[in-house]
Design a protein around this ligand. Structure first.
Ligand code: TPP
Ligand code: MG
Length: 898
């Protein structure tokens, strides 16, 4: 069928009668070659014809699309292995319950939301999977990984209800998670349903990229010998509107390049998104086919149901396929909401020969011609072909109807996405259409319906799942805790670097190299980097552990002679992702959840340029929280004044602000090697030994200075957010301040401490603040506890404990925006003066930048004096003099002048 149509597209360009005869002759020859020698021979012939045409100067490129028909012809479909009638009953009941969940929830609480029409369109695509393909996880098999289209969640819940995994209460409390007896979250959130959902999928575009890197990571684990090869499939169910997200398409060549035949995308092409048609004037399916074919995917189109088969068989001239191709999506949507009579006139009426095809069809029959994505036979054929396909990933484009079965209530209507309420008539119609045994009298209540356990469909449903290895989705954590490496491994970092200068970036890379060598944990460490390894001085790791490539290294690297050559290998540990922060983050997600997905405690360390971290990938970082990923996010060459020369788009002074918003993130801005080592050890301990579902964000900087040895008793402070790094000297001075410094700016505070004491007679304690987020979180939690327990002994937060007995002036400087230190002002027993780097970055030297942003030792000194003056402890002329002495320009531009 597709072959006829293919050649016919050429034919339609020719208009004369002679051309028609010629067409027919060619087509007949083609047909006869096909009958005698099969499709392979046709392929050969076409290749030769194309070559000859090219030699004759015909430059026309053959398109990347096939006609608008099913890829698998009817005569090549496998027999359907299930009992269709029973499966239909099951599906209908699930449809009903999914709809009822949303309708009931919105009756009880107006505006609580939910989606009916997306599941209505994807039901058959899910159900064929549930009954015949999605394998559960057992001790014998890994099971499959399924990313369910997020807002089709009601259908997954409704199936779980039939399977007995969820109760009527659960369904009743859809979107009412805070009810005392609990409820169901709107969408797939592993964080909130940790035994059920495996992957968060509702932020459009994240599933496709996560699924690609998941499939790739599975191969990585196999190639590195961390897991046995398996035939596990990764299924991603996506919306056609969702495919417009850059993340949906941005990594598709990764999948083909890596030959990920373990990956299957199923795009639910209902031709609509939220507001209206996805491509009213175009054809989204053809567009996606072209893109994915070009990217090297195996593309299978499931466009028309079995009821179209006789029409295609009767249409010898390929007119039907041609007509289907010329009708834009918006018009196909119109047909959904139109009568058979309209379709006959508008679609078939364009050509008398097409009208002839349907002359024996009633209007109802025309209206009932089904789309492929609603026909289990067609869907099964596509899925089977997909799981059997080898060598490349598969894309299934299934044409469906949004709001299928809702009729007047929304089927194919532009409002259907938002439809949450059905009136009595609409409920009756739905009930009747799907044959749900609920009486007219009861329908208005939209009750949930579950047949008795002995019912045929219930037995069938259970048996199918039993055969496939249990329920899906099912998040199962069976991993054994991993012991954090012993203190001895970290010892050298606690010692400091003596006179040798180092940057925290260097320390981190050395620490990572050491972890990679560790006999217990080494193999589990997964360094991830988006083409930035040399920036961080990580190239020594190329040689040490190799760069992962499923192909090994099939060329002689240009730098083979050098010690640190670019060494790709099949069991390489480094995921050198190229310039894709989103891809790298998706690898982080796969590696950070391997404890659940594969029962393997892989430990991802994702190193990125800090400016291109949080602000670029925050949605995926948020997803990391939802999916309960564990691992280290490392923001390199951070700090708005520490990164010299790079300027406005590179200098990060706000990633810690983003980190503040992610509840699962610990966020640290260490100044010294020992701080970093303590933090990393704590991370390994909490995430892998204690199995806490958190991630660590650590910034590292590229400024060189000697790394001091770890003072006694500071470990706890490092982790809680601050400790006294350098107390004021014993010298008696009448004035006292506290200086708080973070990251490299701590060194500026130390210098200010000296100047204040030696030149201004002010004593200063210097505190290293490793995490304002920790300090703030502890403070607000303490405050909350006190508020809720007014008659109990009131607690003090850590900041208050640290500054016990102190008052006066506190200057807090960091390479980040001022709001970070300001967050703790309320609990500081005095005047807190924040210094920071608000404003756009500039290209210049470190010294010039610190002057510009007013965070160097001069400004810290000045802030301390100014604070003392405000307190009435010194005269203002002393501050004025300091401005002169410190060479501060009082009329300098504010870094916030934009
Ligand atoms: C990143 C993001 N932007 C917007 C939304 C809101 N949203 C939810 S569903 C939807 C339309 C989805 O259309 P499509 O992908 O075609 O799925 P369908 O419901 O048609 O199956 C939108 C815009 C979202 N969930 N995520
Ligand atoms: Mg859609």
């Amino acid at each position: 069928m597709s072959r006829d149509a293919d050649t016919d597209i050429h034919a339609r360009r020719l208009t004369t009668d002679g051309s028609r005869v010629e067409d027919r002759e060619w087509l007949e020859s083609l047909e006869s070659v096909f009958q005698r020698q099969g499709p392979q021979r046709i392929g050969d012939l076409l290749t030769r014809l194309r070559a000859r045409a090219s030699a004759l100067g015909v430059t026309e490129r053959l398109g990347r699309t096939t006609p608008y028909v099913n890829t698998i012809p009817a005569d090549q479909q496998p027999p359907y292995p299930g009992i269709m009638k029973v499966e239909r009953q099951i599906k209908s009941i699930i449809r009903w319950n999914a709809m009822a969940m949303v309708v009931r929830a919105n009756r009880e609480e107006h505006g609580i939301g939910g989606h009916i029409s997306s599941y209505a369109s994807v039901a058959t695509l899910f159900e064929v999977g549930f009954n015949h393909f999605f394998r559960g996880r057992t001790s014998e098999q890994e099971g499959d990984i399924v990313y369910f289209q997020g807002h089709a969640a009601p259908g997954v819940y409704a199936r779980a209800f039939l399977e007995g995994r969820l109760s009527g209460f659960d369904l009743e409390n859809f979107r009412r998670e805070l009810k005392p007896e609990g409820g169901l979250p709107s969408y797939p959130h592993p964080r909130l349903m940790k035994d059920f959902w495996e992957f968060p999928t509702v932020s459009m575009g994240l599933s496709p990229i996560m699924a690609i890197y998941q499939a790739r990571f599975n191969r990585y684990l196999e190639n590195r010998g961390l897991k046995l090869p398996s035939d596990q499939k990764i299924w991603a169910f996506l919306g056609d509107g969702e495919m417009d997200e850059p993340e949906s398409l941005g990594a598709i060549t990764v999948a083909s390049r890596e030959c990920l035949d373990n990956l299957i995308f199923v795009v639910n092409c209902n031709l609509q998104r939220l507001d209206g048609p996805v491509r009213g004037n175009g054809k989204i399916i053809q567009e996606l086919e072209g893109l994915f074919t070009g990217a090297g995917w195996n593309v299978i189109k499931v466009l028309w149901g079995s009821s179209f088969d006789p029409l295609f068989a009767a249409d010898k001239e390929g007119l039907l396929a041609r007509r289907m191709e010329e009708v834009p999506d918006g018009q196909f949507q119109k047909y959904v909401a139109s009568s058979g009579d309209y379709i006959r006139k508008d679609f078939f009426g364009k050509d008398p020969r097409l009208l002839e095809l349907v002359k024996n069809y009633s209007d109802e029959q025309i209206k009932d011609l089904r789309r492929g994505g609603h026909d289990p036979v067609k869907v099964y054929a596509a899925y089977k072909a997909a799981v059997e396909h080898r060598g490349s990933p598969t894309l299934i484009l299934a044409q469906t109807i949004k709001g299928y079965g809702l009729g007047e209530a929304g089927e194919g209507r532009n409002i259907t996405h938002q439809q949450k309420k059905l009136n009595e008539q609409e409920l009756l119609a739905f009930r009747t259409r799907f044959g749900i045994p609920i009486s007219d009298g009861e329908v208005q209540e939209a009750p949930f319906y579950r047949p008795i356990d002995e019912a045929e469909e219930m037995q069938y449903l259970r048996e199918r799942r039993r055969q496939l290895g249990g329920s899906v989705p099912h998040r199962l954590v069976q991993v054994k805790p991993l012991k954090a490496p012993p203190e001895a491994l970290f010892e050298e970092f606690y010692q400091g670097s003596g006179d040798r200068t180092e940057a925290t970036t260097m320390v981190f890379v050395r620490l990572l190299a050491k972890l990679l060598k560790d006999k217990d944990i080494g193999k589990l460490i997964v360094p991830i980097v988006p083409d930035e390894a040399r920036t961080f001085g990580m190239e020594s790791l190329f040689r040490q552990v190799g760069i992962y490539s499923s192909l090994g290294q099939q060329y002689e690297p240009v730098d083979k002679e050098s010690l640190l050559y670019y060494k790709e290998q099949k069991d390489g540990a480094i995921l050198e992702e190229g310039i894709t922060e989103a891809g790298s983050m998706s690898s982080f997600l796969a590696a950070g959840t391997a404890y659940a997905t594969h029962s393997i405690n892989t430990v991802p360390f994702y190193f990125f340029y800090s400016i291109f971290g949080m602000q670029r990938m925050f949605d995926l970082i948020w997803a990391a929280g939802d999916v309960k990923a564990r691992g280290f996010l490392v923001g390199g060459i951070a700090g708005r004044t520490t990164l010299a020369g790079e300027g406005l788009q590179h200098s990060d002074g706000h990633s810690h602000l983003f980190a503040l918003a992610a509840p699962h993130l610990k966020a640290y801005d260490p100044a010294f090697g020992y701080e970093l080592a303590v933090i990393v050890r704590d991370g390994l301990h909490r995430m892998y030994e204690k199995q806490e579902d958190i991630c660590y964000y650590v910034t590292m900087m590229n400024e060189f200075y000697p790394m001091p040895p770890m003072p006694e008793g500071v470990r706890d402070g490092i982790l809680r957010g601050m400790y006294k790094y350098k107390p004021a000297s014993a010298k008696k001075t009448p004035l006292k301040v506290n200086l708080l410094g973070s990251g490299t700016i701590l060194n500026e505070a130390v210098k200010a401490q000296e100047i204040l004491e030696s030149q201004y007679g002010v004593a200063a304690d210097v505190w290293s603040v490793t995490s304002y987020k920790e300090l703030y979180t502890d403070a607000i939690e303490t405050e909350r506890w006190n508020r809720l327990h007014p008659q109990e002994e009131q607690k003090r937060c850590y900041v208050q404990e640290c500054f016990e007995g102190q008052d006066g002036v506190f200057v807090a400087a960091s390479d980040y925006v001022k709001v970070l230190p300001s967050m703790i002002a309320k609990w500081v027993p005095g005047r807190l003066i924040p210094l920071g780097t608000d404003g756009f970055g500039r290209s210049d030297t470190r010294a010039a930048l610190r002057n510009y942003f007013e965070v160097d030792w001069r400004f810290i000194t000045l802030a301390a004096l100014s604070g003392l003056a405000d307190e009435g402890k010194i005269k203002r002329d002393k501050v004025q003099k300091a401005i002169k002495d410190l060479d501060v320009d009082p009329d300098k531009m504010s870094p916030l002048d934009v």
